[in-house]
Write a protein that binds this ligand. Structure first.
Ligand SMILES: Nc1nc2c(ncn2[C@@H]2O[C@H](COP(=O)(O)OP(=O)(O)OP(=O)(O)O)[C@@H](O)[C@H]2O)c(=O)[nH]1
Ligand SMILES: [Mg+2]
Length: 605
């Protein structure tokens, strides 16, 4: 029987997980001599490469001595925490990376809490020790305190520690050690990560934790085999979370080796392999022996905390830039997403609209970004938190928030967060002259906060948050104060009018851009919306010198991105998203209707 170790690499965002996996792949000699490999090779999808972050967890396998090590690289951003949760059950150990300067951050807590809950003993890797500001001793203390706070058991508190610079390719047991490679880390994995339990002689039990597809064989389930064997050509029973069963033959069995996939004939308990042949295979399904099927527990991940209404674009420019624009197409696409993305939900709302729920704005934003790249066109409303009722009490999600700010911005950060119902739990002066402030805050208070925070701290503030728990609803939190500049006409924006409107606020559009009545073309300098005309040409009395229009000096408009728009909009606004454009508009395009709604709202107060 092959000797196998299964590990997941977990950490807060950017602490170096994917870079570490690069080095493990390289130094284990998994690549062929001539193979050309990109940096952060596991971040293989388009948006991951563009943004330099991991979004989907992915697995690879290396050989080290006589061991096979299956490694799952996970995302560190809080919005993709569901990815971490679903893989933790598939492994027998974790590498917990912590940045030697930043130390324990919100997502470090979230992922470590989950790992401790599964009874795993972390191999702690204090990473980036090459950084000037690094303080490995302090960070090591923080990790220990965190484990104590998480009620880790005695074995878990005995966790092994390594000090590493993943980018430079070394890890060591003590800071003083001189070695220049990853051998100490490989050895720590072999020594401290337990061998898989289960036996190849038992009846087959495997569970799917990721879906994939292959042009030739269709849907593929990447599975961890807990017991027995899986053989190509043999028949197995697929048991779904709802208990329904179906029999199929494995048409293709795929093993992992570095970045490659290889066809294999058979695999056994402890290993991670991809299985083809089951048409409706889903994440969480069990692949079982057909005569004695014993399904594994379905997978649980934390429920979504944020939702957004997605609807068919019905504005005046609808259908001009997108390929898939109908409610049917959008519905199909969302259903497909929910099959693989177990941390998200979708619910048809009637009126060609759907409620899409996830862990945060980035997670929903990435789905929307993927859809626009695929040719979809649609609208998004303002994100709302998912409110629940427990024993008659209205509950809302809370987040653990850490902000790092230069000392002079401490006051404004505390004041602004106070208005958003944040409760400060800790204030720590950091060695580099910044202050670390920790808060517990209703997730609602964070919607739209990032922009304001960056402005207030002149771009020097850093904020990080991750899900804490549901608590009693806290009442109204403050939101955007500036109003919108709303176009009152349809047509192409004229440079001369934009020039004049610049005095009223920050423009979102450039000259010649298409606008329509009810479209938001800028942020007003004052509270309250303002209807403006971006189409007004130059007054006739002006001298007509040729090229004067170009002479008009226009400030560069604020770039509206999908995510900045999600942060910015209010309840009465929508984002219009097409493969080419992101526009903001009023929900009701008719100015008369808007006036009436505004008056009703005022009267209601
Ligand atoms: N100075 C220094 N930088 C490092 C080290 N390891 C990684 N980095 C850098 O840290 C950044 C983030 O690295 P990634 O490997 O993408 O981090 P990650 O944890 O996979 O990030 P997510 O998957 O998005 O959570 C990159 O710019 C790396 O080059 C290190 O040992 N020292
Ligand atoms: Mg990564």
């Amino acid at each position: 029987m092959q000797k196998i170790k299964n590990i997941a690499v977990i950490a807060h965002v950017d602490h170096g997980k994917t870079t570490l996996v690069d080095q493990l792949l390289q130094q284990s000699g998994t690549y062929e001599a001539h193979q050309e490999v990109q940096e952060r090779a596991m971040d293989s999808n388009e948006i991951e490469m563009e943004r330099g972050i991991t979004i989907l967890s992915k697995n690879t396998a290396i050989t080290y001595g006589d061991h096979k090590i299956n490694i799952i690289d996970t995302p560190g951003h809080a919005d993709f925490g569901g990815e971490v949760e679903r893989v933790l059950k598939m492994v027998d150990g974790v590498l917990l990376l912590v940045d030697a300067q930043e130390g324990v951050m919100p997502q470090t807590k979230f992922v470590l809490k989950k790992a401790i809950g599964f009874g795993l003993i972390p191999v702690v890797v204090i990473n980036k020790i090459d950084k000037d500001g690094s303080d490995p001793d302090r960070v090591m203390d923080e990790v220990f305190d965190l484990l104590v706070a998480l009620d880790a058991n005695e074995d878990q508190l005995e966790f092994p520690v390594l000090y590493a610079a993943a980018r430079d390719g070394y890890a060591k047991h003590e800071m003083e050690d001189e070695n220049k490679d990853m051998v100490p880390l490989f050895d720590a994995i072999i020594e401290h990560v337990p061998y898989p339990k289960g036996s190849p002689d038992n009846d087959t039990q495997a569970q799917v934790f990721t879906l994939d597809s292959d042009n030739f064989v269709g849907r593929i389930g990447i599975t961890r085999i807990f017991n027995g064997k899986v053989k190509k050509g043999d028949e197995y029973l697929l048991v779904k979370a709802d208990g329904s069963k179906s029999k199929s033959r494995i048409s293709k069995l795929i093993g992992f080796k570095g970045l490659e996939r290889i066809e294999i004939q058979e695999a056994e308990a402890g290993d991670i392999v991809a299985i083809a042949g089951f048409n409706d295979i889903d994440v969480g399904d069990s692949v079982c022996d057909k005569t004695n099927p014993v399904a594994l527990d379905p997978m649980h991940v934390e429920e979504p905390t944020l939702s957004v209404i997605m609807s068919v674009n019905n504005g005046p420019l609808a259908g001009q830039e997108g390929k898939h624009v109908t409610s049917n197409k959008i519905s199909e696409r969302l259903e497909k997403e929910m099959e693989t993305n177990i941390a998200m939900r979708m619910e048809p709302m009637g009126d060609a609209s759907f409620k899409v729920s996830g862990r945060g704005e980035l997670q929903i934003g990435i789905l929307a970004e993927n859809m626009r790249r695929e040719g979809f066109e649609f609208m998004l409303a303002r994100p709302e938190v998912v409110v629940k009722e427990e024993n008659g009490v209205k509950m809302e999600p809370f987040e653990h928030l850490v902000v790092d700010v230069p000392e002079e911005f401490q006051g404004v950060a505390i004041e602004k967060l106070g208005k958003r119902k944040a409760n400060m739990t800790q204030l720590t002066p950091m060695p580099d002259g910044t202050v670390r402030l920790e808060f517990e805050i209703p997730a609602r208070g964070l919607i739209g906060f990032r922009n304001e925070f960056l402005t207030d701290t002149k771009g020097e503030g850093i904020m990080n948050h991750s899900y804490l728990e549901y608590r009693a609803y806290t009442g109204k939190v403050e939101s955007r104060t500036p109003g919108a500049l709303v176009s009152m006409d349809d047509g192409e924006a004229v440079a001369f009018s934009i020039f004049n409107l610049q005095a009223r606020g920050i423009m979102f559009i450039s000259a010649q851009e298409k606008v329509y009545s009810g479209m938001v073309i800028g942020e007003s300098a004052r509270p309250g919306d303002l209807d403006v005309n971006p189409l007004k040409g130059k007054a006739l009395t002006n001298m007509r010198t040729s090229g004067t229009d170009e002479a008009v000096k226009l400030v560069k408009p604020r770039q509206i991105t999908l995510e900045s728009a999600m942060e910015w909009i209010e309840d009465d606004e929508l984002i219009e998203i097409t493969p080419l454009s992101v526009r903001i508009r009023k929900k009701s395009l008719d100015p008369v209707v808007r006036k009436r709604l505004a008056r009703d709202k005022k009267n209601a107060k």
